[in-house]
Design a protein around this ligand. Sequence first.
Ligand code: ATP
Length: 228
Amino acid sequence: MIWDVSAQKLLRHGRRSFTLDITFASDARRLVLFGPSGAGKSQTLQLLAGLSLPDVGHIRVDGRTLFDSERGIALPPQQRSLAYLFQDYALFPHLTVLQNIAFSLRAGWLNPARALKHEAVARWLEAFELEPVAHQYPAQLSGGQRQRVALARALVAEPQALLLDEPFAALDRALRLRLRAELLELQARLGMPMLLITHDEEDIACFAQDVVQIREGRIVGAEAMRVG
Ligand SMILES: Nc1ncnc2c1ncn2[C@@H]1O[C@H](COP(=O)(O)OP(=O)(O)OP(=O)(O)O)[C@@H](O)[C@H]1O
């Protein structure tokens, strides 16, 4: 099973609370978690990424246990081998395109594998046609280029899977169509499992092999267990 998630978490903020209680399993390499605003999609992605931990449950991706409350396993984010593409891409404004992409590799920047890592950055610059803008800053890029930089930065560390938070929401329609097609092509090329969260039904039509629907912190509908 590629995605095997069963997790409960009580979120509290002052007097407000929100219960996340999600269980789904899917063998789809292109899985969409679909639901309205406030349903708990981002919170679910954060649990997968390890940015927050469930109270109880388990999270397995492609056979690897990332979290299991019964077995006392809770891998930190950097050991999960998952890349997280944030909705606003979260590029560093003071770093160039090249530096943004290389940032994921910074821990080993000065070690003997340096040449190899330069090679990986160069490969992704080329793959996403970013060489002409390698020395520009995010503010000087188009929306599509920004998304490609964010994808390159996510992929350069060779993650096991990619988590995408509403990657097309901020784009105009023409760009959205183009980047959806690019993402499909990328997924086909890499074969990497991808989980995309969205409230846009068009993302389902264009991208999903399988859909998990979420409402008010819970998974609804039989689709949750369908294998794509
Ligand atoms: N610390 C917290 N305490 C209480 N409630 C919280 C906390 N964090 C988030 N929530 C609530 O959890 C719910 C789910 O939030 P989440 O961001 O996951 O929704 P979403 O489906 O991603 O929505 P959107 O598409 O608008 O980003 C929201 O109602 C939010 O207010």
